[in-house]
Design a protein around this ligand. Structure first.
Ligand SMILES: [Zn+2]
Length: 378
């Protein structure tokens, strides 16, 4: 069984994205009966799958189509068509990537139609969003199941990208709302840890729909007191919890201003595997008002890369200020850019959305109940 599961992962990787097309939803066919069995221990075979060396090659015997999805979809019609053999029924094995094949559920579609459709709803998995694996098996007379086709299906997840500035007790200097006390920050990080959030950075943004409760923790301005956050995250780290965070630094302030993180600090943070060091421009420029984009965007990126030895792929616009020209310039050097526009991020398929990401502001006055509401996953 383990071998089959491993094999299924490999095949899914090979075939991902190749069978998505507009579905023909034919849900009202009279000769079709949809039954649903939870957590079936099915017997199934992959005898149709030849192996060449150690590399298995799966030849699909049908096509799985998914009805068009929007970012708000909570269900989708799944159809198996283009069958290369006559079958009397299709059994769908479905599991959520983040929860693994051990949490697979089975749905059966029987009848004599040439395609087998059913309406899959995320409510079958407690409304959880993200990527699902879908495998279609034919049911043979002896009860053995044979794999026909497989694909993945994604219901976009909302992602809170948290925005912090100073992590220190407020001592009367600067804007109080930009300060979150180390005690509050630790309470907030413990909340995320205890409630099963997965900390990501932009380097592994592609995991957003493959994990439970994705969250990004970001800091603007590269304040020296962000070392408090670094130490707290190090303290919370254990065998099962892997904290990760993003520090957006003002490249021109590195080693020039004692209230900012030094190159030695940044190198240590980056080498820890916890922090990703990214750009907040060279001089904290108000980007829509400037013309020397190359220095602010490319120059800051190169300088930070020299300090950490790691790629810089993301930027936070100073003051959250951005316009269409800034977006066009930013995309020459960066894959991701965050604003200060409030809200959780969800991929909608809009142009330049990865360069206009919203964030969730955490302030001095944010209490733990408000924090819980702001990061609520849905
Ligand atoms: Zn800033």
């Amino acid at each position: 069984m383990n071998k089959l599961i491993i094999f299924a992962f490999i095949c899914t990787t090979l075939l991902a994205g190749c069978s998505l097309k507009e579905a023909k939803a034919k849900m009202s066919k009279e000769n079709k009966q949809i039954t649903h069995t939870k957590k079936t221990e099915a017997t199934f075979t992959d005898d149709s799958v030849p192996e060449v060396g150690n590399r298995p090659i799966f030849q699909p015997k049908a096509t799985i189509s998914i009805s068009p999805l929007t970012f708000e979809s909570t269900n989708a019609t799944i159809t198996t068509e283009d069958l290369k053999e006559t079958v009397s029924g299709i059994r769908y094995h479905i599991w959520r990537t983040a929860d693994g094949p051990e949490n697979m559920q089975t749905f059966s579609s029987t009848g004599t139609a040439e395609d087998f459709s059913f309406l899959f709803d995320t409510n079958e998995f407690s409304g959880k969003r993200g990527e699902y694996h879908v495998e279609a098996y034919s049911v043979q007379e002896d009860g053995v199941e044979k794999l026909l086709a497989k694909t993945t299906l994604t219901f976009q997840q909302h992602v809170p990208i948290l925005m912090y500035h100073a992590i220190d007790d407020y001592k009367g200097v600067g804007m109080q709302e930009l300060f979150v006390s180390p005690a509050n920050f630790e309470e907030q990080m413990r909340y995320l840890k205890d409630h099963g959030y997965t900390f990501l950075t932009f380097e592994n943004w592609r995991e957003v729909n493959k994990v439970n409760k994705p969250v990004l923790v970001t800091f603007d301005d590269g304040m020296k007191n962000n070392l408090n956050a670094f130490w707290i995250l190090q303290k919370l780290q254990d065998n099962t919890f892997h904290p990760a965070a993003t520090e957006y630094v003002i490249a021109g302030s590195i080693d020039k201003n004692p209230s900012r993180l030094s190159s030695a600090d940044l190198k240590e943070m980056a080498d820890s595997g916890i922090f990703s060091i990214q750009s907040h421009t060279m001089s904290h420029a108000d980007l829509p008002k400037i013309s020397n984009y190359k220095e602010e965007l490319e120059g800051s990126k190169e300088k930070i890369e020299q300090v950490t030895g790691k790629p810089v792929i993301a930027i936070a616009y100073p003051f959250g200020h951005v316009d269409s020209t800034v977006v066009e310039e930013t995309k020459k050097y960066y894959q991701y850019a965050t604003t200060t526009k409030p809200g959780q991020f969800i991929e909608k398929g809009e142009a330049d959305e990865m360069l206009l990401m919203r964030r969730v502001r955490i302030s001095n006055s944010t209490n733990i109940n408000q924090f819980a509401a702001l990061v609520h996953s849905w």
